[in-house]
Structures are given as C-alpha cells and as structure tokens.
Design a protein around this ligand. Structure first.
Ligand code: SAH
Ligand code: SF4
Ligand code: F3S
Length: 440
C-alpha cells in the first residue's frame, strides 16, 4: 500500500471532496495517513475565499517542495479552489508540483494518478458536468455519525466580493436518484445524520429542467427512507428559500429545524453593491416567516465587515440586523479583495485595514452577545441530542453532540454512546455551548 496524506482547507464542500478523493485513490492502492512524513503522495485541497486562505496553500506547497528535495520520488498534488484559478501561478511558484486538478476533475483521478506515477507532470482543469459515477467509488468519510452529500455544486450569483463562481463554475445539480442511492448506502452503514451540501443548496434542481426536482421534493423523498436519522442542508441563499421549502421542512420529521442563511450586510445599499438579490426588508421577512413557523428554530448567518464603500452608519445596520433578528450565530469576516471579482477592482473605495479590523471586532462582540442570548433561551428546555463524541474529564464520561437545531450540547453519562439520540434537559447556557442532563 502507498500512503496518501491530504491537507484540507476551506468549506464543507472541500472536506467532502477530500473524502471522495481519498476514497477514489484507495481503489488504486493508496491508504490515507495522518502522518505527512510517511506519505508517498501529498495532496493539498485549497480554498481561495479570502487572501489568507489562498496564502496558506502556497506556504504549504513551499514546505512540501523542500521535502521533495530529500525524497525525489515523493508526489505532490494541489486541487480545490486555488488550483482551479491559479494553474499558471502554481506552475511558476511551485514547478515541483506533479499534479494540479480542478474542482470539476476529481472523478478523473484514476487516469491522472497513473500519469503521475509514470513521472508525467499533469494539469487537469476542465469544466465537466457533475460526475454521475460517484456511487461506483468508495468514500472515506471522516465522521462516523454525520455524512455529507454534495447535491449541487457551483454558483450563478456572482456576488461582487466572491470568488466561488470562478472556482466552482456554474450551478450543476446531481440527479435525485443518485443522491437517494448515496443516502441509502449511508443509512445502511449506520450514519445518523445526512447533510446535503451546496454553495446555494436551495437552488438545487434549477439546472435540471424539471419543475418537480427541487430541494423541497428531495427532502420529502429522503424523509421517506427507512431508519432513524436526521437530514440537514447548507447553505441557503435567502431569496431562494421558497414557501414550499419551509412547508417541506415542516412536513418532514427527519429534517432539522435549522437554517443557515447568510445575510452578508444589514444595509440595502451595500447588499445592492454586493449584487445580493434581496433588500434588508426582504431578508427580515424571510427570517420572520421561518420563526413564525417553527418553535425553537435556529437561524444562523454570515456577515462581511468593511465591504468597499461601507460607511460607519451602514455597518451599524449590520449590527442592528443581528440584534433585531436575534440571529443565533454568525460567521464573520473582514472583506478580502479577490482577483476576478467586481468589488476587487473598486480599489479607490477600499476601507483601510484598521477600520475593517475594528468593525470586525464589533461584529464579533455582537455575535458573542447574540449567541449567548440564543443559548439562554434553551435553559430549562429539553433538546433531542445526537451524540457525536465522547471525552473523559476528571474521571467523568462527557458526551458531546448537537440538537436538532444545531446547538452544541454537553452532558455527563455512562449510559449512552456515540450515535445515540438522547433527550437532554438544559441546565446551563454558555456563549458557544449548552450543558444538560439526560432525561428518559
Ligand atoms: N453561498 C453562500 C456563501 C459561500 S462563501 C452565500 O451566498 O451566502 C462563505 C462566506 O465567505 C460568505 O458567506 C461570505 O460571508 C464569506 N466571503 C466570501 N467572499 C469573501 C470575501 N471576499 N471577503 C470576506 N469574506 C468573504
Ligand atoms: Fe459566493 Fe454569492 Fe455564490 Fe454565495 S451566492 S457562493 S457568496 S457568489
Ligand atoms: Fe473556499 Fe472554495 Fe469552499 S473558495 S469556501 S473551498 S467553495
């Protein structure tokens, strides 16, 4: 067996891709290892959402390039979003790289790997449809409880700050039959949670020219599968959340009451500059609609601080939105200019770094405040928790898991194990997690 090491940066889509890459390569004699030093093949699966993530890819390649000097037979590959965009730059900065492959080319690995084993240098960056032969390969899933299923890749939205349409291409949905087959395998293997993935998961099916293929109907089909398991879906684009999707979440008992709906800014002018297809008021309406429908639902978001031309007042609208909507948690970031994007060219409107950092700091403070407020709402309540992890602290067995609404819950118990669903009465709320005790 040859040894394979994969370093994965970026979002869940990249993590899911890495599980598939590892699975495909296991058909060709590669076994994944956690120890880089013993690897025959090193792969870095990269992210370019912000400059910092892209920089990490190059510094890792630099370290690996030095290692190859002492071990010339070592193979180095780069894939993911930086690879898709930067093949010429990679060739120039890291000529020792053996294989560059794009976000669309994972299922071409069987042929690509043979070429690099014959000492060819290979670059495969082409636009191909979503591979429909995915179920023919092993998937080396990292988690034993939750399994990811990518259902739609790419993005048609072209938000002016974002590089994803350039790295992942246009939206491509997988056909429902393939997804359902993968879900059936997952359940058979004993997984207890399925997370459907897409850069815009709620656009699912739009490219398949069949009005019946929607995320709502896919949830309904998956919900009918036998077995005790949960279904989640991320990430939702606000204005693509249809009434039928909300209805499907309500109808389907296996689908979690949890929505991740990035707002990005609380100000309508900035949203327009970002090319987001909704106003502040429209986003508020979507959140109210969901909150009115489901008790105890959690709604999380993403926000960017310091988008080009953002004024102090406009930034304050973002803080206000987090507070008024009582958003349960938000991912936050300072705006990072990206190559190819429209906002990246608005150099004269860039916000100075110190102002961006100060705004990010305030965003994070508001986020902590809202997360604590959200968690406190669950004090005294009973949540159904899926156990994901077991640790031992001060001779006590502590189980960690997530509730249906994605809240992280810790409780002490020797009775339950990983993969169990347990009703837990919450008795303590902190900013990032809840504590409780099991109730029968
Ligand atoms: N498709 C999702 C987001 C995917 S990218 C959506 O439309 O909401 C994940 C997050 O990265 C985004 O929500 C955004 O908040 C952040 N992001 C993207 N580009 C960025 C940039 N140039 N600078 C800072 N943050 C960025
Ligand atoms: Fe990026 Fe916008 Fe597409 Fe999300 S919807 S991936 S933020 S371009
Ligand atoms: Fe990063 Fe690509 Fe995901 S840019 S966030 S790895 S889609």
């Amino acid at each position: 067996m040859k040894k394979l090491y994969i370093e994965t940066l970026g979002c869940q889509m990249n993590k899911s891709d890495s599980e598939r890459i590892s699975g495909i390569l296991s058909h060709f004699g590669y076994q994944e290892t956690d120890n880089q030093k013993e690897a025959d093949l090193l792969i870095i699966n990269t992210c370019s959402i912000r400059q910092l993530s892209a920089d990490k890819a190059y510094s890792q390649l630099g370290v690996w390039g030095k290692r190859k000097k002492d071990k010339p037979e070592l193979k180095i590959a780069i894939c993911g979003c930086v690879a898709q965009q930067d093949k010429d730059k990679i060739r120039k900065r890291a000529p020792y790289v053996d294989l560059i492959f794009g976000t669309h080319n994972i299922y071409e690995l069987p042929a690509l790997i043979k070429k690099i084993e014959n000492n060819e240098k290979v670059c495969a960056i082409t636009n191909v449809p979503f591979a429909e032969n995915q179920n023919n390969f092993q998937i080396n899933r990292k988690d034993s409880v939750n399994a990811w299923i990518p259902i739609i890749e790419g993005c048609n939205n072209f938000c002016t700050y974002c590089v994803v349409p350039y790295t992942r291409g246009r939206e491509r949905s997988r056909i429902p039959e393939e997804i359902i087959k993968e879900a059936q395998n997952i359940i058979k293997q004993g997984f207890k949670e399925i997370t459907l993935l897409g850069q815009n998961v709620d656009s699912y099916g739009k490219d398949l020219n069949n009005p019946n293929i929607t995320l709502a109907n896919l949830l309904r089909s998956l919900n009918k599968l036998e077995g005790k398991f949960r279904i989640r879906f991320v990430t939702s684009y606000p204005s693509d959340i249809t009434d039928d999707l909300i209805k499907a979440v309500d109808e389907c008992e296996k689908v979690c009451r949890y929505f991740h709906i990035p707002m990005q800014s609380g100000n309508s002018r900035i949203l327009k500059e970002m090319n987001r297809r909704y106003t502040k008021e429209e986003y508020y309406n979507i959140v109210h609609k969901i909150r009115n429908k489901f008790d105890g639902v959690t709604i999380t978001s993403d926000f960017i601080a310091g988008f080009p031309s953002e004024t102090e007042e406009e930034f304050n609208d973002t803080l206000e939105a987090m507070e008024e909507l009582e958003l349960d948690y938000s991912n936050t970031a300072a705006y990072s200019p990206r190559e190819f994007t429209k906002a990246g060219k608005m150099t004269e409107k860039f916000i100075p770094d110190d102002v961006k950092s100060a705004r990010l700091e305030r965003l994070n403070a508001k986020n902590r405040e809202m997360a604590l407020l959200s968690n406190k709402k669950f004090s005294g309540k009973i949540l159904n928790v899926l156990v994901e992890e077991q640790t031992v602290k001060d001779n006590k067995v502590i189980l960690n898991g997530r509730a249906d609404n994605n809240k992280i819950v810790h409780f002490e118990s020797e009775k339950y194990k990983i993969g169990d669903f347990v009703n837990v009465k919450i008795n303590k709320a902190q900013t990032w997690c809840l504590y409780g005790e099991p109730v029968d």
